[in-house]
Design a protein around this ligand. Sequence first.
Ligand code: 7RM
Length: 656
Amino acid sequence: MSNIESVLNETRVFPPPEAMVKQANVSGMAAYKAMCDEAERDFEGFWARLARENLLWSKPFTKTLDESGAPFYKWFHDGELNASYNCLDRHLKTQPDKVAIIFEADDGKVTKVTYKELYHRVCQFANGLKSLGIKQGERVLVYMPMSIEAVVAMQACARIGATHSVVFGGFSAKSLQERIIDAGAIAVICADGQFRGGKEIPLKPAVDEALAMGGCESIRDVVVYKRSGSPVAMNAPRDKWWHDVTQGQAQDCEPTWVNAEHPLFILYTSGSTGKPKGVQHSTGGFLLQAMLTMKWVFDYKPTDVFWCTADVGWVTGHTYIAYGPLAVGATEVVFEGVPTYPDAGRFWKMIQDHKVNVFYTAPTAIRSLIKAGGDLPKKYDLSSLRILGTVGEPINPEAWMWYHETVGGSRCPIVDTWWQTETGGHMITPLPGVTPLVPGSCTLALPGIMAAIVDETGQDVPNGQGGLLVIKRPWPSMIRTIWGDPERYKKSYFPEELGGKLYLAGDGSLRDKETGYFRIVGRIDDVLNVSGHRLGTMEIESALVANSRLVAEAAVVGRPDDMTGEAVVAFVVLKGHRPTGDEAKALAKELRDWVAKEIGPIAKPKEIRFGDNLPKTRSGKIMRRLLRAIARGEEITQDISTLENPAILDQLKQTL
Ligand code: 7RM
């Protein structure tokens, strides 16, 4: 832990603007503290009150938290509800004609749907899914572009009690196949293709390829939404067009009431082994945190236009596109394209055009937009903005300052929201009308979220000292289990070494001595964060080694990168001789493309180096610390006396 220390010494403090405090849903530090105190005093009562005030229950719960099966916690579990009903039906009387989604396509075409229209589209598609025989509890894989239909697909699954598992459109056929098999999915909902940055990217062929790989016999139906119109193979009777499935279906669909613990979705995320983890979320607890954080952190107001730029394939797109904004009745922007097309002013133009009030994006996007056109925001009217947000990785203070000044006109609080796929919603974050901001800090935990820093034995460490970020009490939107692998859930998140009761986030962190503010230092496990995307080093290693024609052995490490946060560096031992020169360059390209095919382009190593061997101890363990130093171009100061083969270090230091 000694290497976890504050690398920053940030002293700038930005108190919330007076006008923001006055109108905020959580107004002032005293209001925040009062909620924290309530949660301390009466933990279950606090959550029960919020769950009753925010969610619509078809059958009210009588028990708030069941800890009898810890760490498999249950929340509100004798209550019944439906997530889609909570997002759509509840608005039908109060605001049927309010715009729910403003969709902007890659080419700039704008389509709007009202709450009533969205409700009908979800119901029609839900009826279509029912007509295919899809039943409560069955898993449906969603592989869709950013679109209204992606939201409709997820909401329709929720409506009939099917559990969706969304796979990011950038993942490969192989990743798709693995997830279909692991989830035991019975149907795939996809599109023919998608448009990003002026280019058409096919999706349906990857589904065909995945299903042809074998092991996917559980899939009965493939529903294809026609987005690009390019010809695709339709394999009858398995494949059906979305428009045929909805054709003639009724526009109302009685929601399937499910238990609060019913799995709303499974979302795969990287861990420290080669196999991605199917993070299983509940219905009631998940939706509660989605709603609360829309109100507390994004200070939701009925007149707001909200825009979260994440893809629905990531958890951020689940909580802050598909569910949270709809549950509170917001108008939200959904964007198909990329921030740099047709130019790096796209985000700013869209904020201007749609009069966006609350804007939520990733530090990596901010950094790339500074580089591509740091002055571009000044060309647009961004006066509608009132709150800015970030998520996915620590934000460097320079990028924070630019975001604050150039995008936010020095008037908008920035909520730097720390959370994870596993936490379901924001956990540690400033509140716009409460928290004095310090660039690069996610500040304080939300009421009811008992975050702390401990050492390797689970003991609290004093403020100012680095350690492991843990959550001491369960919370409603927490992961319920890893799909099909409860043992791994226990081991990964409630390790015995820490006493088995603390949720281990996997991040190193420290709290400021005076303010108690949290600062996230980075992952403590073999997980990299490339452009805010979680990638397991083991996953990339397995992908490389799966190329059995070429690769004998591979080790993957991360290295800091100005633009993407971290970059992937792979050290590879080939089956034949160690290549050099043009041959090495050609083979590196082949392997990078191979990884893109195995996992997806986001996992492509930025750099590959070849050696006759990897640095290993005499017991055969790869010395990753050494490889990290080499990848960073650092002088090797570690003791290499235990190294079996010191000579190969010189080989690995050479770049191609
Ligand atoms: C929402 C999401 C989770 C990991 C997490 C951290 C890192 C996320 C922040 C952050 C510093 C932040 N889910 N992380 N947000 N680090 N400050 N505000 O990103 O499952 O894909 O990743 O991302 O390491 O453990 S995720």
